[in-house]
Structure formats: structure tokens, C-alpha cells
Design a protein around this ligand. Sequence first.
Ligand SMILES: NC(=O)c1ccc[n+]([C@@H]2O[C@H](COP(=O)([O-])OP(=O)(O)OC[C@H]3O[C@@H](n4cnc5c(N)ncnc54)[C@H](OP(=O)(O)O)[C@@H]3O)[C@@H](O)[C@H]2O)c1
Length: 327
Amino acid sequence: MKAFIHLNGQLKIDKMEEPIAAKGEVVVSLHAAGMNRRDIYIPNRRESAAEPLILGSDGAGIIESIGEGVNKWSIGDEVIINPSLRWFDRSAAPPAGFDILGMPDHGTFAEKIAISAEQIEKKPDNLSMDEASVLALAALTGYRALFTQGQLKNGDTVFIPGAGSGVATYLIQFAKNVGARVIVSSRVEEKRRKALELGADLAIDTSSDWKKELANETVDLIIESVGRATFNRSLEVLKQGGRIVVFGATTEDVIELDLRKFFYGQYQLFGSTMGSREELREMLKHVEKFRVKPVIDKVYRLEDGLEAFRHLENSEQFGKIVLRIKN
Ligand SMILES: NC(=O)c1ccc[n+]([C@@H]2O[C@H](COP(=O)([O-])OP(=O)(O)OC[C@H]3O[C@@H](n4cnc5c(N)ncnc54)[C@H](OP(=O)(O)O)[C@@H]3O)[C@@H](O)[C@H]2O)c1
């Protein structure tokens, strides 16, 4: 079968062996796969590894075959892949054995995947295959960051730097659905406009003076994933005693932190990563209840995966990028 792989330091389309459903597994014929920033970090992590790896964490498709002992699913069922491997119940942190699909295990940028029947969920009825393929990783991450860790509630104000990010496009929708006030920042005017269209109440320029722009706001919660470029500036606009949740660091992991300012401000800092299957299922219910639509920036053919990688590397996107596998 055709797959987009990493091998000997290179990204390319190649032929890989068709997977077979082992005991407890299903084979999903993938219609589309979703890209995440993680996919572009993996070549650096693997360097010149000589074993081919099919990249990709997200995907949607149809069950094509079923292994021994799988009773819950039938051939022809439309499903999405849950890339949060072996993390089933909501917990303070992922359990031992947790991994994200797409390294070390083969991922979704291929015509087929064999995966544990515990790692698939029914495709939401209101979503197309393309839309469903970009949902799981980013929307689950956003859901846990916002609700489990961030404890967002009706009437709160949440600030999200980096409105163009895939996760941010879910954060905006989820937060509006529960009655929060949503403020975003973006470096790009067009993305600020799109964030407002998506429901944000206020969109400010990332390079503006945030303390001035947000002087009349009371920010209860900040969801940070930009990293060094914005973390300290975010803290400066958080209300005293407010919460800040970090799940990513696109612009560098290491920052300087003024501890005195931090403890005087009584701030609360939370880490977050992906989420459990329990949270994924809650998120899927939320998506169906509020008719959430993933924001798709661009659809590429699997064969044009390299072009899609460049697009994501340059942070040109607003929302998610699809790799279409079947037409
Ligand atoms: N821990 C987890 O489980 C988890 C899960 C998903 C993602 N993540 C991480 O979270 C981050 C966001 O993920 P994503 O896939 O949503 O990201 P993404 O789509 O790649 O978007 C990143 C956004 O960061 C902003 N940005 C980039 N460089 C910037 C700079 N120099 N200054 C200010 N803003 C900048 C951009 O927003 P504008 O263009 O709008 O300014 C960009 O759209 C990534 O670091 C990713 O690795 C972690």
C-alpha cells in the first residue's frame, strides 16, 4: 500500500506492506489523515533511523477487516482513530505505556492502518471524512486543556495567543459553546478576522501592547502553546490568581520566569497533554451537541505530503491540514 514515511532522514511516499488485523485489532481503510505539528518534529527526533516509519496521528475511514475477539465493531463502520494510546480513564497524567500514534507505532499517513479496537471511535455524524480526520488529537488536547485542567466555565474570559493554530480553532469554538468570553491574538490580520468569524469576541495583534489592549478585560484563564515568544507577556495580562494552562511551546521550550511576580500574583500554572479516552468521548459528545465544525485550512493529496509539511512548518495555516488518501 501507499504511505508517507520517514526513512534514512528523508520524508517520502513509498510502498509499505498491507497491515493485517491481529487479535483485538481492526484494519481501517483510511479516507483522510490530519496533520499536527508533532508530525514535523518527528524527522528531527528520528534523525537517520533506518527503519521506515509511517507518520501521522489522526485519521478517519471505514473498517475493512476485524481480528479475532473484536465484537463491538462491524465491517463498514465509519470511524476515527484515537491517537492517545492506552490512556483510557481521565487521570492527573497519562499512565505508564502511554504513547502518541505515529511514533514509535506506524501512523495514519497510509491507505490502511491496523489498530487496537480500543483505539477507534464512531465518526461523528455531522462531520465529513476530511473533517473527522483532523479532529482527535487537536480537539482532545484543547478539550482537556480548557475544561479538565483550565476549569473554564460560563462567564469566564479566556485568552488564547496564536489564533491560527489547529488547536486554537477548537478552543475558540468549545469556549464559546459554554458561554465564555474569548480573546485571541494572532500575528496575521487575516487570521484575526477568521478568528472573529469563528466566534472570538476580540482578536488582538500578537505584536501589540497586550497590557494596553486588554486593560479593561479580566482574564480568568490563558491557554498557552506558543511558548517563549508569548509566555511572559501572557502572564502580564492574567488576572491575579488566574489560571494558565500550557500544552505546547511552538517557539522554544525554555523561558525565564520572575518567581517573585509569579507568587505575588498568586497565579496557577497547569501542564496538559492530549487527553484520555474518557475526555475524547466527552469531546465527541460536545462536537455532536454543538455541531462543532473543524476548521480546514487546506486539503493536500497524500502524494503531496511534503508540500503540506512546508505549509505547516511556516505556520501559514488557519486551522487544520488534511492529507486526502481516497477520493
Ligand atoms: N501536548 C500535547 O498534547 C499537544 C497537542 C497538540 C499540540 N501541541 C503543541 O501545541 C502547539 C500548537 O499546536 P498546533 O498544532 O495547534 O499548532 P500550529 O497549528 O502549528 O500553530 C502554531 C501557532 O503558533 C503561533 N506562532 C508560531 N510562531 C509564533 C511566533 N514566533 N510568535 C507568536 N506566535 C507564533 C501561530 O499563530 P498565528 O499565526 O496566529 O500568529 C501558529 O499558527 C505546538 O507546539 C504543538 O506541538 C501539543
